[in-house]
Design a protein around this ligand. Structure first.
Ligand code: PMP
Length: 390
């Protein structure tokens, strides 16, 4: 048997999508003009399938700071912080994150994926129990597998189901680790954090919240869902990424003083190169924008309302709540692919999401808005969906 033969079914499945027309998996966006516009082939497109929630990828200051760091500190660090040392900018960003979250410790990782891997796999080793939402991001599943803890999945956003499973654990619930996300990236819904915190207060356990899609997006200061719901005190560790609202690449964890020990015990922290100077510099710049420009969040939410309401009026089945992520449910994969290609032909780029990336066997067109979209661009997206109905 050949090395890749076991993938033949997957290859055939994906091959169907490549037979004619644009391939929705790993689409080449030929040019990027701004946070909201690009080109695919000959078609100019409105970008409505990103995680660039605050629209900061082309922020002039972030670009200037990134360029200055590139010139002053070079293209890369070429090593891990443990073996080769930290640059002062890594430490300054960590300090800025501790101030932003008002927590004693922040640790920066090369991506959000490695932040989850680094924190969860180290804390949830053999003998530990983790309770995770069934729709958790792959990085949470992979982190649990790497750590070797006992994994208990509870039904998506179902606090009652979590509670039943905690009760069944008896005394072990006191040490269990509960992991949920802020905004879920595919449906745009949010974890029932108030109910989960109530369960934690009664039954014990530790609570980790991955605010990847809600950081910069929710809360009066942009700290995420826990801030928006007033339960930050009950969250033990906040996990996040620099690749969405912060418009760069990297990840982070913030928590108590004791979390510092991860720097010496977390293999995904120790055995990988640290983020490059230009990424760190642009993240620091965008973090200031989040702190100083709450109007970006207001614009984002106003765009989210406009898109959600516009698509709902057309009769599309959408996600359960208004959110910067607006999923449009489509009946079949074939329809999904056809709609996705038609939208590009009409100048709108969204994400085609199939199972297992889409939950519960759904096919969806994942639209996302950002603070840089103009109302006209939101209307272009709505009109493109209206034309599909004809
Ligand atoms: N957590 C969640 C909930 C995510 O959606 C993602 C990325 N889509 C990640 C973690 C990983 O982040 P990164 O892309 O920075 O690796």
């Amino acid at each position: 048997m050949g090395l890749y033969d076991k993938f033949s079914r997957l290859a055939n499945d994906r091959g169907q999508f490549q037979s004619s027309g644009l391939n929705p998996f790993g689409t080449c966006i030929d040019e990027i003009y701004s946070a909201t516009e690009g080109r695919i082939g000959n078609q100019k497109i409105v970008l409505a399938g990103t995680n660039n929630y605050l629209g900061l990828t082309f922020d002039a200051q972030a670009i200037a700071d990134g360029q200055a760091a590139l010139a002053a500190q070079g293209t890369g660090t070429t090593g891990s912080r443990m073996a080769n040392g930290s640059y002062s900018a890594h430490l300054m960003l960590e300090q800025e994150l501790t101030a932003f979250f008002d927590r004693p410790t922040a640790i920066v990782f090369p991506t959000g994926y490695t932040a989850n891997l680094g924190v969860i796999s180290t804390l949830a080793g053999p003998g530990s129990v983790v309770l995770i939402d069934a729709d958790s991001h792959a990085s949470i599943y992979d982190a649990c597998a790497l750590g070797g803890a006992e994994i208990i999945r509870f039904r998506h956003n179902d606090a009652k189901d979590l509670e039943r499973r905690m009760v069944r654990l008896g005394e072990r619930a006191r040490e269990a680790i509960i992991i949920v996300e802020g905004i879920y990236s595919m449906l745009g819904d949010v974890a029932p954090l108030v109910d989960i915190v109530d369960i934690k207060r009664r039954l014990g356990g530790y609570l980790l919240v991955d605010e990847a899609h809600s950081f910069g997006v929710m809360g009066a200061n942009g700290r995420g869902l826990a801030e928006a719901l007033g339960v930050e005190q009950d969250v033990d560790i906040v996990l996040g990424t620099f690749s969405k609202s912060l418009a760069s690449i990297g990840g982070f964890a913030v928590g108590s003083k004791a979390m510092e020990v991860l720097r010496y015990s977390s293999r995904p922290y120790i055995f990988t190169a640290s983020p490059s100077p230009s990424s760190i510099a642009s993240v620091r710049s965008s973090l200031k924008m989040i702190a100083q420009h709450p109007e970006l969040r207001e614009k984002l939410w106003s765009n989210a309302h406009r898109l959600y309401q516009g698509l709902a009026k057309l009769g599309y089945e959408l996600g359960p709540r208004i959110s910067p992520v607006v999923p449009v449910m489509i009946g079949s994969k074939e329809d999904g692919l056809r709609f996705w290609r038609d939208l590009i032909a009409k100048g709108v780029y969204v994400n085609l999401v199939l199972p297992p990336a889409a939950p519960a066997g759904m096919t969806l067109l994942r639209c996302s808005v950002n603070a840089a979209h103009s109302e006209e661009q939101i209307d272009t997206i709505i009109q493109a969906f209206a034309a599909l109905k004809k």
